[in-house]
Design a protein around this ligand. Structure first.
Ligand code: NDP
Ligand code: 2IT
Length: 448
C-alpha cells in the first residue's frame, strides 16, 4: 500500500481506466511503490502531471492480421503496437507472438520498456508489440505469410527514427527477416527499422547473445559487489530454453557456474553434470523441438512434466528466463528454504510481487528485470548506431560495450537505492534511476 496521496490517486485512476488489465496494473503498482521516496521529494512531478502521463501510452494501435495457412484456410489474429514513451528517444521494444498476447500484456511490457531503455544510457523510448499468433507447429511458409500480413499494417506506424521493433517471445531471427523483407518491399527503403536482423542485412554481432550474456554480467557484478562472491562454482537453475535462457546458460558456464536445469512450457530437464548446451541448441534453435527430447539424448539426465516444478530444485542462483509470473510465492519460499543466494530476472516480470518481497525479506540478492535483462535492448541500440553509421563492429567490440553498460546499470541502480535510503534494494534503485531521466526529459519538453 502506498502512502503518497498523489501516487495513490493516479494508481486508483489507472485501475479504473484499465479494468481487467492485470499484468499492466501489476507493473504500474510495482513502479509506483518503489518511486514513493523519490516522488515525495519531487513535488514538481505532481504539478506537471508526470505520473498520469506516464501510464497513458502516447499511442496504441490494434489491427487485424489476416493470413492463409498451408491448407488454404483463412486465419485472423490481432496485432498490437504500443508506443508508450518518446521522452528520451524513438520508440523501441520487441514484438511478441504468443497465443496469450493481449492488450494488458503488451502494455505491461511497453511500460517496463520505458525505464529499462532509460537505464541502458542510450537514447531509446519505450514500446512493445505483437500478436496472439502461435508460431508453434507452423511451417516456415505460414510464419512468413503471417509476418508479411503483420508488417503490411505495422509499416505505417514505424521507422528508423520513429519506432524500431525487435524480437521477444516467438519472434527470433527468422521472423525478423520476414518482417524486414516486407517493410523494405512496402517502403522501398533499406533502413535499420528493426533490430535483431540477420548479419547479412544490417544485424549486429552479439545481439543474439546479448540478453543472456548481459544478465550474467549483471548478476556477476551484483554478487561481487554486494556479497564478495562470483558465479564460479555455483549451482544454477535457468527456466525457459529460448533465446534468453540459452545465452544465459552459455555465459553462466563460461563464468564457471554449473547449470543443472532448463525448461519449456511443457516441463523441465535436470542434468546434474551440467547442461550440455550443444544439445539444447540443436533441439531448440535448429529443430524447434521440445526440451523433453534432451533426456532422450543425454544419458543420466531426466525430464519432469510441468514447468513450475523447476523451482523445487536446490540451487544457489535462480534465473527465471521464460515468461511473466512464472515464479510465485510458493516457489520463492522453496528456493529460500533450499538456500538460494541470488535471483536474476532474465524474463520480463517473471517473479510475482509476493515472490520479490519474500526474496528481499530473506536476504536474497535480487536483480530486477528492467536492469538485469536490459542487455538485449542495449545491443539493439548498438545495432541502431552501427546502421546509422553504416559500420560493423566486431563481436568483441559489441560484447565489451554490452558488459560496460550492464555494470553501469548495476552501479546507477545501487547508487539510486542508497540515495533513497534502501541500500541493496535494486528494485527501487533501477526504477528510480530509469524514471529520473524520463521524468526530467518530460519536464523539459512541454506538455504532451
Ligand atoms: P523465446 O520465444 O526464445 O523463448 C521463450 C521460452 O519461454 C521458451 O522456452 C518457452 O517455452 C518459454 N515460455 C514462453 N511462454 C511460456 C509460458 N506461458 N509458460 C512457460 N514457459 C513459457 O523468447 P525469449 O527467450 O526471447 O524471451 C523470454 C523472456 O525474456 C520473455 O519474458 C521476454 O519478454 C524476455 N526478454 C527477451 C529479450 C530478447 O531480447 N529476446 C530481451 C529482454 C527480455 P515454449 O517453447 O514451450 O513456449
Ligand atoms: O524485452 C526486451 O527488452 C526485448 N524484448 C528486447 C527489445 C529490443 O528492442 O531489443
Amino acid at each position: 500500500m502506498m502512502t503518497n496521496a498523489y501516487l495513490n490517486a493516479v494508481y486508483q485512476d489507472t485501475v479504473r481506466r484499465n479494468q481487467g488489465e492485470n499484468e499492466f496494473l501489476q507493473a504500474v503498482l510495482e513502479v509506483f511503490t518503489s518511486l514513493e521516496p523519490y516522488v515525495e521529494r519531487h513535488p514538481e512531478l505532481a504539478a506537471h502531471g508526470i505520473m498520469e502521463r506516464l501510464v497513458e501510452p502516447e499511442r496504441m494501435v490494434t489491427f487485424r492480421v489476416t493470413w492463409e495457412d498451408d491448407g488454404g484456410r483463412v486465419h485472423v489474429n490481432r496485432g498490437y503496437r504500443v508506443q508508450f514513451s518518446s521522452a528520451i528517444g524513438p520508440y523501441k521494444g520487441g514484438l511478441r507472438f504468443h497465443p496469450s498476447v493481449n492488450a494488458s500484456i503488451i502494455k505491461f511490457l511497453g511500460f517496463e520498456q520505458i525505464f529499462k531503455n532509460s537505464l541502458t544510457s542510450l537514447a531509446l523510448g519505450g514500446a512493445k508489440g505483437g500478436a496472439d499468433f502461435d508460431p508453434k507447429g507452423r511451417s516456415d511458409g505460414e510464419v512468413m505469410r503471417f509476418c508479411q500480413a503483420f508488417m503490411t499494417e505495422l509499416h505505417r506506424h514505424i521507422g528508423a527514427n520513429c519506432d524500431v521493433p525487435a524480437g521477444d517471445i516467438g519472434v527470433g531471427s527468422r521472423e525478423i527477416g520476414y518482417l524486414f523483407g516486407q517493410y523494405k518491399r512496402l517502403c522501398n527503403n533499406f533502413t535499420g527499422v528493426l533490430t535483431g536482423k540477420g548479419l547479412q542485412f544490417g544485424g549486429s554481432l552479439t545481439r543474439k547473445e546479448a540478453t543472456g550474456y548481459g544478465l550474467l554480467y549483471f548478476v556477476e557484478e551484483m554478487l561481487r559487489s554486494l556479497a564478495h562472491e562470483t558465479v564460479f562454482g555455483k549451482t544454477i537453475v535457468v527456466s525457459g530454453s529460448g533465446n534468453v535462457a540459452i545465452y544465459a546458460v552459455e555465459k553462466a558456464t563460461h563464468l564457471g557456474g554449473r547449470v543443472i536445469a532448463m525448461s519449456d512450457s511443457g516441463g523441465y530437464i535436470v542434468d546434474e553434470g551440467g547442461i550440455r548446451l550443444d544439445v539444447v541448441k540443436a533441439i531448440k534453435e535448429e529443430e524447434r523441438g521440445r526440451i523433453s527430447e534432451y533426456a532422450r539424448r543425454v544419458p543420466g539426465s531426466r525430464y519432469v512434466e510441468g514447468c513450475g516444478g523447476i523451482w523445487s530444485l536446490p540451487c544457489q542462483v535462480a534465473l527465471p528466463c521464460a515468461t511473466q509470473n512464472e515464479l510465485d510465492l510458493a516457489a520463492a519460499r522453496t528456493l529460500v528454504e533450499n538456500g538460494v543466494m541470488a535471483v536474476g530476472e532474465g524474463a520480463n516480470m517473471p517473479c510475482t510481487a509476493q515472490a520479490v518481497a519474500w526474496f528481499q525479506e530473506h536476504g536474497v540478492l535480487f536483480a530486477p528485470a528492467k536492469a538485469a535483462n536490459a542487455g538485449g535492448v542495449a545491443a539493439s541500440g548498438l545495432e541502431m548506431s552501427q546502421n546509422a553509421m553504416r559500420a560493423t563492429w566486431s563481436f568483441e567490440q559489441v560484447n565489451e560495450k554490452l558488459r560496460d553498460i550492464m555494470i553501469n546499470i548495476f552501479r546507477v541502480s545501487q547508487e539510486a537505492a542508497e540515495a533513497c535510503g534502501r541500500p541493496g534494494d535494486l528494485v527501487t534503485g533501477a526504477n528510480v534511476a530509469g524514471f529520473q531521466k524520463v521524468a526530467d526529459a518530460m519536464l523539459s519538453e512541454g506538455l504532451y
